[in-house]
Design a binder for this molecule. Structure first.
Ligand code: PMP
Length: 397
């Protein structure tokens, strides 16, 4: 009987386990020690320990300020020219391929949200094949789209490499229509990427088994370079009829808080692609209606201008160079850390126990996630030697 039903309201909300990274940020902020080192939060820092606005973006912002005459709505797909100009950067040359559509999203998270919802709309029984550990937002976003997760071990902590056998086995065991969630490069949190040879094997399995690749591509330019880093994306596009690529400009244009990203979807036919686009617009309409413009407009202006574009690439190369330098320095500090030079991007998992991570916090004011995940490029040049010495001392016990 309906009349007897207990009223439920906001007081019935279950407790949320707070994101441990947010707790870490609060701890760093509360530490009064001036020499604290924060390798928890995932942003690029330069040698001085700053996260600067990139030169070309700064200039584009100025131009935008001077030239923009209206902030009227742009529509659900956002800045279409932004997506068109970004397409060859992210996917390589696929001019005029009408099976591929792209639309602007609020960051890489927005692209992932749309991608997972799109898959769920097409096939609610699709399962997402996901390596562990992975970026902590992947599982909740997948569950949010009501898709089942199938886990396999991505990282072999003994070899400090991808557990390639586990990956291949998981994909071989997947059902046609299941989703292979892969990191395009700079695996977060392990830094353990696929080699070109491994990509070839994975692409072959994905295509043969009829899986749908979903490539999360948040760090293009941070591994080997802008053009080399899309190796897996390009191979997948050649081999598969249906491919989703979630892209973020937030790292490689350093526009984090402006929330700039893009989703590219390849469908089997141009007609299917048009249909996909109608669904993407519907899903985004329900979520955020339209993406924010400012950051994407700046990225568009950088990509439109040859000079700014060249300067952006040059500065991105400098950032990439710093990532390599920091990795080499840490790797050289102790044979047990040598593996760090073989990994890519900002993150690696240091071989530390939770207790040792706590010791680093208490004794040395060095803050990282309990898992040992560290944003290596979060360390300013002046702190590098001290960081290495503290980690080695802690490992020695
Ligand atoms: N994917 C991965 C693997 C990430 O690490 C991040 C950001 N930390 C994102 C996607 C989302 O990035 P954005 O800030 O653009 O939403």
């Amino acid at each position: 009987m309906l009349t007897e039903a207990k009223r439920r309201g906001l007081a019935d909300l279950p407790p949320i386990v707070s994101d441990s990274l947010l707790a870490l940020i609060a701890m760093v902020n509360a530490d009064p020690r001036a020499d604290k080192i924060d390798v928890g939060v995932g942003v690029y820092r330069d040698g001085e320990g700053r996260t600067p606005v990139m030169r070309a973006v700064r200039e584009a912002e100025q131009m935008l300020h001077d030239q923009q005459v209206s902030k009227s709505y742009l529509g659900g797909a956002g800045d279409k020219r932004f997506a068109d100009l970004l397409r060859p950067v992210v996917l390589g040359a696929h001019p005029g391929d009408e099976r591929i559509v792209g639309l602007q999203t609020p960051g890489g998270c927005g692209a992932l949200f749309l991608a997972l919802k799109l898959i769920a709309a097409a096939n609610p029984d699709a399962r997402v094949i996901m390596g562990t550990p992975t970026w902590p937002n992947h599982p909740p976003m997948t569950r949010g789209a009501r898709l089942e997760i199938v886990e396999y071990r991505h990282y072999d902590a003994a070899t400090r490499r991808v557990d390639f056998a586990a990956l291949a086995e998981a994909l071989e065991a997947a059902r046609p229509g299941d989703v292979a969630l892969l990191h395009g490069c700079c695996h977060n949190p392990t830094g353990a990427d696929l080699s070109e040879e491994e990509w070839r094997t994975i692409v072959e399995i994905v295509a043969r088994r009829g899986l749908i690749p979903l490539i999360d591509f948040a760090y293009q330019g941070f591994a080997r370079g802008l053009d080399q880093d899309r190796f897996g994306v390009e191979l997948m596009l050649e081999a598969c009829d249906e491919v989703l690529v979630t892209q973020s400009c937030d790292k490689n244009f350093a526009v984090y808080r402006d929330r700039v990203g893009c989703l590219f979807v390849k469908a089997a036919t141009a007609n299917n692609a048009k249909f996909v686009m109608t669904h993407l617009l519907q899903i985004s309409r329900e979520a955020w209606s339209m993406p924010p413009d400012h950051g994407a407009a700046c990225v568009r202006m950088v990509l439109e201008d040859e000079g700014l574009s060249a300067d952006w690439r040059a500065e991105l190369d400098e950032m990439h160079g710093r990532i390599r330098m920091v990795r080499e320095r840490i790797a050289a500090s102790d044979p047990r850390l040598a593996f760090i030079a073989d990994q890519q991007g900002m993150f690696s998992m240091l071989p530390l126990s939770v207790e040792q991570v706590k010791q680093l916090r208490d004794k040395h004011a060095i803050y990282m996630a309990d898992s040992g995940r560290a944003n290596l490029v979060g360390i300013a040049d002046r702190d590098l030697d001290r960081f290495c010495a503290a980690v080695v001392e802690t490992m020695n016990g």
